[in-house]
Design a protein around this ligand. Structure first.
Ligand code: PEP
Ligand code: MG
Length: 755
């Protein structure tokens, strides 16, 4: 046998020559299998390519019957080749004929071969085909030979990925890489977007696979790893974890991988076999992906993400753009695809060009979703593995209503969606016609519909939707998108612009709600075990009164002669309202002493989002000028289910008796005390849950602007006097005895209420 290291290197060099020859794809593939068989002293070498219809087709062979090419096929999971493709793993068998998965294909004449080595042809962890060598002898291939065949498979993966083999199949079928794929996720923001994939973290594309000089490549890899380790250590020791947007545990995982000797060894082996340093990183990353993807343990999945990140960092170091690959120009119809993303990162994109957003993670009330909703971007979350299924520039459809993503859709699907977009535009047009109708139920109950906002881009929506005002202005968004703490002057400018934009309509400003999942890049935050239960929102304001006072000052300046409505997030005890009232009172006195024009009226409210308030509602109503229920947080604390954790966020139905009892208690206590109550969480914006809220007594709701039309259409057809007694009875019945959601749907159906 040949010396193992020289064999593959020599072979790769030959492959490079073959790749450069001005010949057709079939001829090139034929030459490649001949070369591999010769080099590996195998009697057979065959390449199977996965077609879009899920069938593996023999594309080239040396040793099997030539007439089997493009006619022998196996399904995924069928035969040894099918098993390799299905499981993305190598099979090395001395006696293939007796393996339980062996499938005999008479047209190939392979019954005389016993030794069998097959490897998946992988790209970014995805299987594109299978490469096999066979011998008559009962032999087990050495580790070096396995490694060599895997390395060569990378070159074939590149051939498949460039589309060179497209059209070779005798059936005319296209290859798997271009296969249309539908991914089912969860519907986060309504609407449909059609456009081109833009990967939020673009994959680094390695095109130079075969090395000129192995020693030089090994040196480059060592250098890059040293630099990577330094930067990870540095990030950990600087402690500016928030600034990098990464959590300590992620960095710890990076460090673990960065120092993992197995990882480095596997890359060194790939270089010894003739790959460039970049290709070696990619090969090992792809193998690891394929291996970990078979796991179902969520912990291992997380590690896969960490590992991917680290490998990408290493690739960037090697390719000389450590700050990330050069930014792609956004096409005019971009669909952003990301594993996960912060709200501020979404705002960095040019809004005018984004048609949709697809996330592997992300729940209905996570921050990026709220921002996407404010921007009116069709969004689907929990789209499993979508990042590895797409390439930059792929056509893609995001259906934010159904929670579906169509990657590389067929023309039929695309045409159907064009129709849907047209239909939705017509529906929007109908909503626009409702804009000036009084917001009243059929039995004469007036319902105040306001919008949630937080950015200048939201402001035109107030007028367009016909909303009665802004029921929740999230002031932290300005802080989240700034790279330094906004000065009082900048805060005043934004608040004045908001008040100017809405004219006489009311605006309820919420003081900074930071901490938890809302991190400010410039504010050092102490790592917390449970940030959602931690030092956040008004707690921070109580401990750092300067921050709260400067915000009060900016609000007072902006209001000058107009009504000023301010509310506090995450109030837990009534005492916090007292402190806040004192603080704002002092600011007001100071303000007047300096001759500034005070607001026409000052209203201070509390958000009800911590369950402890449910047992101090009387006191709360007495001390508050108004209250607003933050149902997103209230629900997460009520059920002890993290709103940002996709595994539990939707586990408990908000339209269930216990939660509705709590919501009803709040609105009833407010009514008895004469304190206005609004609800401004995401529940307000869905017609079905808004129906429930009206049924239990809410008459004021605040929601994203896009929800105003659907909710108004619902309430214009509703007779609350018929709903309320029925709903009350359901809520008072033993919990879990009825499906309230289903009952509401049935009610809407019989009453002809559009949902
Ligand atoms: C809420 O918690 O319901 C709410 C409106 O506030 P946010 O979503 O910003 O936490
Ligand atoms: Mg909240």
């Amino acid at each position: 046998m040949r010396a193992p290291a020289a064999g593959p290197r020599l072979l790769l060099r030959r492959l490079r020559e073959i790749m450069a020859e001005p010949i057709g794809a079939q001829e090139r593939l034929d030459m490649i299998v001949v070369e591999i068989a010769g080099n590996m002293v195998a009697e057979v070498c065959s390449a199977y390519v996965l077609r879009a219809d899920g069938v593996l087709e023999l594309f080239a062979t040396q040793g099997l019957k030539p007439e089997a090419v493009h006619s022998a096929t196996l399904r995924i999971g069928q035969g040894l080749v099918g098993v390799i493709a299905q499981e993305a793993r190598t099979l090395n068998l001395p006696d293939a004929q007796h393996h339980p998965a062996f499938a005999y294909l008479p047209e190939t004449g392979e019954e005389i071969y016993n030794g069998f080595l097959g490897v998946p042809i992988l790209r970014a962890g995805r299987t594109l085909g299978v490469l096999v060598v066979q011998n008559r002898a009962h032999r087990t291939y050495t580790d070096e030979e396995v490694e060599a065949l895997q390395t060569i498979a990378m070159v074939l993966a590149e051939m498949v990925a460039t589309g060179e083999l497209e059209g070779l199949s005798r059936t005319g079928a296209s290859l798997d890489l271009t296969r249309p794929i539908t991914v089912n996720g969860s519907a986060l923001c309504d609407g449909v977007g059609i456009g081109e994939v833009i990967l939020h973290e673009p994959r680094v594309v390695v095109t130079n696979l075969i090395a000129e000089d192995a020693a030089e490549e090994a040196r480059r890899l060592d250098e890059a790893i040293a630099s990577l380790r330094l930067s990870v250590d540095d990030m950990l020791s600087r402690g500016d974890i928030g600034a990098e947007g990464e959590h300590r545990e992620v960095l710890e995982a990076y460090r673990m991988f960065a120092y993992d000797r197995g990882w480095v060894r596997r890359m060194q082996e790939a270089i010894a076999n003739g790959l460039t340093a970049e290709a070696a990183v990619e090969k090992v990353q792809s193998d690891t992906r394929a291996r970990l993807q078979r796991q179902t343990d969520p912990y291992l999945w997380e590690r896969l993400h960490d590992f991917d990140d680290l490998a990408n960092r290493l690739l960037r170091v090697l390719m000389g753009h450590a700050d990330g690959p050069p930014a792609l120009a956004l096409p005019k119809d971009a669909i952003i695809v990301a594993r996960t993303m912060g709200a501020a990162e979404l705002l960095d994109y040019d809004r005018g060009r984004i048609r949709g957003l697809v996330l592997e993670e992300g729940g209905a009330t996570s921050h990026v979703t709220i921002v996407a909703r404010a921007l009116g971007i069709a969004t689907v979350g929990r789209a499993d593995s979508v990042v590895s299924l797409v390439e930059n520039g792929d056509r893609i459809i995001v259906d934010g209503d159904a929670g579906e993503v169509h990657v590389r859709p067929s023309t039929d699907v695309e045409t159907a969606y064009q129709g849907k977009i047209q239909f939705m535009a017509e529906r929007q047009q109908r909503y626009r016609l409702l804009r000036d109708k009084p917001s009243e139920t059929t039995d004469g109950q007036t319902v105040t519909l306001q919008v949630n906002a937080g950015l200048l881009v939201d402001l035109p929506h107030v007028e367009e939707s016909g909303a009665a005002g802004i029921g929740l202005f999230r002031t932290e968004l300005q802080f989240m998108i700034a790279s330094t703490m906004p000065r009082i002057r900048e805060q005043t400018a934004l608040y004045s612009a908001v008040l100017d934009a809405v004219g006489a309509k009311p605006v309820t400003f919420r003081t900074l709600d930071i901490g938890g999942d809302k991190v400010l890049p410039y504010l050092r935050s102490v790592p917390e075990e449970n940030p959602a239960l931690g030092w956040r929102a008004v707690r921070l304001g109580m401990d750092r009164p300067a921050l709260l006072r400067s915000q009060f000052r900016a609000l007072l300046h902006a209001a000058a002669g107009r009504e000023l409505r301010v509310m506090l997030p995450m109030v837990t005890e009534v005492g916090e309202m007292k402190v806040a009232r004192e603080l704002i009172g002092r600011e007001l006195a100071h303000f007047e002493r300096h001759g500034h024009r005070p607001p026409k009226a000052l209203k201070l409210g509390a958000m009800v989002e911590v369950p402890s308030l449910l047992w101090q509602l009387d006191e709360l109503m007495a001390i508050s000028d108004f209250v607003s229920v933050g149902s997103n947080d209230l629900l997460q604390f009520f059920n002890a289910a993290d709103r940002g954790n996709t595994r539990v966020a939707d586990r408990f139905d908000p339209l269930s008796a216990p939660f509705l009892r709590a919501l009803r208690q709040i609105v009833r206590t407010g009514a008895a005390a004469g304190t206005p109550v609004t609800l401004c969480g995401e529940l307000a914006g869905q017609p079905l849950s808004a129906l429930a809220l009206l049924g239990i007594g809410y008459r004021s709701l605040s929601m994203s602007a896009a929800s105003i039309g659907p909710v108004k259409a619902m309430l214009l057809a509703l007779d609350v006097s018929r709903l309320a007694p029925m709903l009350d009875a359901l809520i008072d019945a033993p919990a879990s005895s009825t499906d309230i959601r289903a009952a509401l749907r049935a009610f809407a159906e019989t009453e002809g209420i559009p949902l």
